[in-house]
Design a protein around this ligand. Structure first.
Ligand code: SF4
Ligand code: SF4
Length: 234
């Protein structure tokens, strides 16, 4: 009894002689040989994401671009007025309240130990700000809740680490990450009052954007992430 093949069209003699199926497949390969390469050989090559990317967090420092109500928040929370280069964080914990996984934050403020006649008597400073990024889903809710535009997402996506402890970043590390990010990409991300610019595209928009993106593979790449800190110093 002969078996009837279902759904498979037998090759014609011409197709068999000239390997037409094989040539069809090969033509696709050849077409892609001349197209722009979109894959990168991570970690030897690093692709810089668009500015709206929600990567590893950073804590911004005071740099003169704070919004008009920054000092009123500082007064309201009884925080020592921060100087240039000190953290914008006022320990309000709004980020923690907005977070779907609030236990990933440890935020503590401490009263300054100064005499009663000191102008900073009764005021507080940020003592602890730890984030356990192993629990984070990078949803961005914390950054939107922050009244001082302190906590931000950066373009760092390399979260590989040897231990879970490496994913816990303290305030010094988070500040360093934000400083690095702001110095590299500030103009793309923020307007003059630290707010997000309105015109941030999600993807490269045209050929010009693609050329810029390609150039960035070779320079101006993120330098900081959990793996780049010496965990022994924590
Ligand atoms: S990105 Fe989302 S999950 Fe991560 S810390 Fe912020 S609010 Fe929490
Ligand atoms: S919301 Fe902003 S200012 Fe408030 S604790 Fe979080 S990072 Fe600090």
């Amino acid at each position: 009894m002969s078996v009837k093949k279902v759904g498979v069209k037998p090759q014609t003699l011409i197709e068999k002689i000239f390997f037409l199926d094989f040539m069809k497949g090969l033509s696709t390969t050849i077409k892609h040989l001349f197209k722009r390469t979109i894959t990168v050989t991570f970690p030897y090559e690093v692709l810089q994401p668009t500015i709206r990317f929600r990567g590893v967090h950073g804590l911004r420092n005071v740099d003169g671009t704070e919004s008009d109500d920054f000092m009123s928040w500082v007064k309201k929370l009884k925080i020592k007025p921060p100087e240039m280069g000190e953290t914008r964080c006022i320990a309000c914990k709004f980020c923690q309240a907005a977070c779907p996984v609030p236990e990933l934050f440890t935020i503590k403020a401490e009263k300054l130990n100064v005499p009663e006649d000191h102008p900073h008597h009764g005021l507080k400073v940020l003592a602890v700000f730890d984030m356990d990024l192993s629990k984070c889903m990078f949803c961005g809710l914390c950054t939107q809740a922050c009244p001082t535009d302190c906590i931000i997402h950066t373009d760092i996506y390399d979260l590989s680490a040897y231990t879970r402890r490496n994913w816990v970043l303290n305030k010094e590390m988070l500040s360093q990450i934000a400083d690095d990010f702001v110095s590299r990409r500030r103009d793309e991300k923020f307007d003059e009052k630290s707010k997000w610019r309105e015109d941030q595209p999600l993807w490269p928009q045209d050929e010009e954007d693609l050329r810029v993106r390609a150039k960035l593979w070779d320079g101006n790449i993120p330098k900081l992430g959990p793996n780049y800190f010496d965990q022994q110093e924590k």
